[in-house]
Design a protein around this ligand. Sequence first.
Ligand SMILES: C[S@@+](CC[C@H](N)C(=O)[O-])C[C@H]1O[C@@H](n2cnc3c(N)ncnc32)[C@H](O)[C@@H]1O
Length: 381
Amino acid sequence: MADLGVYVHFPWCRKLCPYCDFAVEVGEPPHVRYRDAVLAELESRAASFTGELISIYLGGGTPSLWQPDCIAAVIAGIRARFATPRSASLEITIEANPTDCTDANLAAWRAAGIGRISIGVQSFEQDELVMLGRDHRFGDGATAIERVVAHGGFTVSADFILGVPTRAGRTPPWLEAVARLPVDHLSIYELTIEDRTAFGQRVRDGRLLPLDDDTLTDLYTTTHEVLGAAGFEHYEISSYARPGKRAVHNSLYWQGAAFLGLGVGAASLELASDGNGSGRRVTNPRKAVAYLAAPGVAAESTSIGAAEMACDRAWLGLRTADGVLETSLDAAPGIADWLVTESLAERRNGRICPSLRGFLMADRIAARIVQTWGDGDRACL
Ligand SMILES: C[S@@+](CC[C@H](N)C(=O)[O-])C[C@H]1O[C@@H](n2cnc3c(N)ncnc32)[C@H](O)[C@@H]1O
């Protein structure tokens, strides 16, 4: 049976971060109404998904704001709806803001079956936290990690943002501290300036100057070296794990496996049940008011042909250290040789595995694969 993941999006936040382009809103969350809407959507859409459930991921927004009894009901509903023969290894993650990692929440999340917490630390520098508009302060991130570790029973991940332009050209002083953290997993995202955000507007107005590419490349390379020396495996462009602690849920996305996305703005990937390699991408409305009015009614639904699906799997796979089988690149003639000649990847046991340079050039690699796929007939577009 194929692997299946379920993503649940909780869009509400205490405040909006000026760099964030996810489906988010501020205000008092309608806890119970949203729980019921998500469960109704689950009922209406679950039949299109047949795999074996290996992960549930509560993301946001700020799902750590959701009343724990609602979280527990949603997790129980999802588990009841799908086969989980390996339920002992079912990964259930919640994204949590540092100040929400209270002992009471941790106990309730654990009781709900959550075994993994992804803490949005973002930085260990007060000036970076201020620029990022975070609602937590210097020290809160480290305290949250200590508390989750001391509580026990959780796999602990932390998110950081690299390249905040507060001190151009200098390695963030927090990098060494991050390398010493007692966490199992780190996501280190390079700051993306999204058009529709306050940061996007500041860049257009000339009030915010992003770091230049050379500086970002240095920061990325230093991060790779420092975290590698501390025993973290750099297994995906932005992801580092202690041995055996790779994120199961995120890995489903990179493999092109099926996932059901529930809630405001959530996306899903359905795979054709006859195994012909095609699929469908479904996206929910981005506004809570629209979602709550008709849970399970998609804003967008696009079918994806088998060629496009294979193409997507190729460039997604090349974002991970394991890369892809060389034979899976047959539809893009010359790509494997180009990757190796340009030192963007190397051949390993029949696979094409990206190098650090390949991680740095991932967007260029994806563009080239999309252009070349299907021998230039643009079958992938
Ligand atoms: C959508 S957020 C939700 C989690 C949580 N509410 C928080 O922000 O801490 C998930 C992660 O995406 C990352 N992120 C969001 N927008 C980003 C951007 N524009 N550039 C880089 N990373 C970003 C942050 O590291 C964040 O922890």
